[in-house]
Design a protein around this ligand. Structure first.
Ligand SMILES: [Zn+2]
Length: 240
């Protein structure tokens, strides 16, 4: 009798928890559907070519007064500090994702600023660039570019940046490679995009770029509103 009652109590608690979680998920999904930032994201995946073109930022020059250039053309779909997608409020996106309307291996990726490129020996699709002097703070910083390979891991990185190289100086605008969709899975679970982030330095070494606290908001560096908290969901452009 005692154990039956206990089982019933456990079942009721489990159902209650499930209902709570389901409500939370529904609320969150509903909020995202109503949010213009979420609507543009849905438009990108479901819209025709005209819709896609209307969301793409193609900006090869630095915005007025800003030090960095946007490293690739595309739809800046996941923003800095973004809680959507695989991210959350506790673990927001550490950079920006620039989605390409082209197949993988077509959209060029350029250096956002002058600096020294490194590619760790085990990196399939990523490069990191040391910038000795942050143009805004004077500190050393690092720029991280990822997903420049196809889902099989064939990379689209320029030969100058083969695995294991470091301290290869490049000027702003130098071609680094091409946008891909590598995420370590086949089939890849992501569309073709460049992940770009600004990573803090710790005594001459780059910090873990996957930790949001180790990254900085790219907004003042790009002269574009790319922080989730202040972006309006429309196509990202130079801040007037
Ligand atoms: Zn990303």
């Amino acid at each position: 009798m005692q154990s039956k009652r206990r089982i019933r109590r456990i079942v009721i608690v489990a159902i209650g928890l499930f209902v709570l979680l389901a409500c939370g998920w529904l609320l969150n999904t509903g909020r995202q559907l109503l949010d213009p930032r979420g609507q543009s994201f849905i438009q990108w995946w479901t819209g025709d070519d005209d819709v896609k073109q209307s969301l793409i930022t193609a900006q090869r020059e630095a915005c007025p007064g800003a030090p960095f250039v946007l490293p690739a053309d595309g739809f800046v779909g996941l923003l800095y500090n973004d809680p959507r997608g695989p991210y959350s409020g506790l673990n927001p996106h550490q950079g920006i994702d620039i989605f390409s309307s082209q197949p993988v291996g077509v959209t060029p990726v350029y250096a956002a600023y002058d600096g020294y490129v490194r590619r760790e020996a085990h990196w399939t699709s990523a490069l990191i660039q040391r910038v000795p002097q942050d143009p805004l703070t004077g500190e050393q910083i690092w720029l991280y570019y990822a997903h420049m390979a196809d889902e099989q891991g064939n990379d689209f990185i320029e030969p100058a940046f083969e695995r294991g190289v470091s301290e290869v100086f490049v000027e702003q605008g130098t071609l680094l490679g091409y946008v891909g969709n590598y995420d370590g899975n086949i089939p890849s679970r992501i569309g073709a995009h460049l992940h770009f982030s600004l990573v803090k330095d710790d005594n001459g070494a780059y910090m873990n770029e996957l930790d949001f606290d180790n990254t900085l908001d790219l907004t003042p560096y790009l002269g574009m509103e790319v922080n989730y908290d202040s972006a309006d969901g429309r196509r990202v452009t130079c801040v007037p």
